[in-house]
Design a protein around this ligand. Structure first.
Ligand code: ADP
Ligand code: MG
Length: 226
């Protein structure tokens, strides 16, 4: 916990409109290294939109994003990754016909021809052992369970050395046992100094998993609680 230090991420006055809906209205949010920040709210409250903005999928209509105190324009998901921001989406973004290794290495900077798949695989295997996330790395991901695919998404963030990790309703697709394991992984990532965002619509999960809770309602931030 380091509440007194500068936030790793500061969102200021974020606004985002979709046709007919204000998905985010003037939202402020601070994220700190070594903390899990729960983003709580009902379906449609604007949680995914806000984090998709930080992850480079959407551009805000108004507002600022400060990373380490520097105002930053996040141009794309790849750019977000380069800045240390990674997101495990509610609907996974893996290509079914590719293996874990292929999915993770693909889309990274540099010409694909120069990527050493074997080296990538050993690095992934090391992460998977270190974090207790066993998962087949050489099978097309379409053949895997959702729990396994989620692990691949998490390995992807580790591989790309994200220090800001966003989990969008991660337990929605998991068995209770898998959800417990995920909780332990999230706590561990936070213990390693990463800033973790945990999106959920379940109050109990927010209370169990997080250091701070921000509540969104109809696109507006209604509370932030320690
Ligand atoms: P939450 O993640 O809290 O359930 P969302 O951020 O997904 O909420 O959605 C907030 C509002 O914005 C909802 O009304 C939703 O229908 C709308 N919305 C989200 N994404 C889009 C989109 N790509 N196009 C149009 N409307 C969207
Ligand atoms: Mg959502």
């Amino acid at each position: 916990m380091n509440d007194i230090s500068q936030p790793l991420v500061a969102l200021r006055g974020i606004c985002k409109t979709f046709p007919g809906v204000n998905a985010n209205q003037d939202v402020d949010l601070d994220l700190y290294a070594g903390q899990v920040h729960a983003l709580l709210g009902e379906n449609g409250a604007g949680k995914s939109t806000l984090m998709n903005i930080l992850a480079g999928l959407y551009r805000p209509d108004a507002g600022q994003i400060l990373l380490d105190g520097q105002e930053t324009t996040i141009l794309s998901p790849r750019h977000a990754f380069e800045l240390g921001v990674g997101m495990v989406h509610q609907h996974f973004m893996l290509v079914d016909s590719f293996t874990a290794v292929e999915n993770i290495v693909l889309g990274m900077a540099g010409p694909a021809l120069h990527i050493d798949l074997n080296a990538a695989e050993s690095r992934l295997r090391a992460f998977s052992q270190q974090y207790g996330m066993e998962v087949p790395l050489n099978v097309p991901v379409g053949a895997l369970t959702v729990g396994q695919r989620q692990r691949i998404e998490i390995l992807r963030l580790l591989y790309r050395q994200a220090n800001i990790m966003i989990f969008d309703e991660p337990t929605a697709v998991l068995t209770p046992q898998e959800a417990d394991t995920l909780g332990a992984i999230v706590r561990r990532l936070c213990g390693e100094g990463k800033a973790v965002v945990y999106i959920t619509h379940k109050l109990r999960e927010a209370l169990t998993f997080s250091d701070r809770i921000s509540v969104l309602r109809n696109g507006r931030l209604v509370a932030t609680l320690a």
